[in-house]
Design a protein around this ligand. Structure first.
Ligand SMILES: [Zn+2]
Length: 102
């Protein structure tokens, strides 16, 4: 199986551009991320629409506008959390190092 089938874009619905435009308009074309002091992120350019929870749930309630910085920060914390929950992926990293590798 070609591994391009796991491309995230392929999971987006055909009317994604309409959904995306609606979410951006709802959020006032401003990032919904929070700054350290609790205020709303002031970024209004380079915005991305993020899935808050389930990546396959494209309803408005599961979508939010984030700037690329907040989107990356969220994705990074999610993958860290996933790594803590799951045992190490054997394909990515052998459970034991090769005895010849020192
Ligand atoms: Zn932001």
């Amino acid at each position: 199986m070609p591994w391009s089938s796991s491309n995230r874009r392929a999971e987006l619905p055909p009317d994604w551009s309409a959904i995306r435009a609606r979410v951006l308009a709802r959020d006032g074309h401003q990032c919904r991320g929070r700054m350290r002091d609790g205020s709303r992120c002031p970024t209004t350019s380079g915005l991305e629409v993020d899935h808050i929870g389930d990546r396959h749930d494209h309803t408005d309630l599961n979508l939010q506008t984030l700037c690329s910085w907040h989107h990356k920060a969220k994705t990074r914390s999610e993958s860290l959390a996933a790594r803590r929950r799951r045992p190490p992926d054997r394909r990515a990293r052998p459970a034991e190092s090769h005895p010849g590798l020192k």
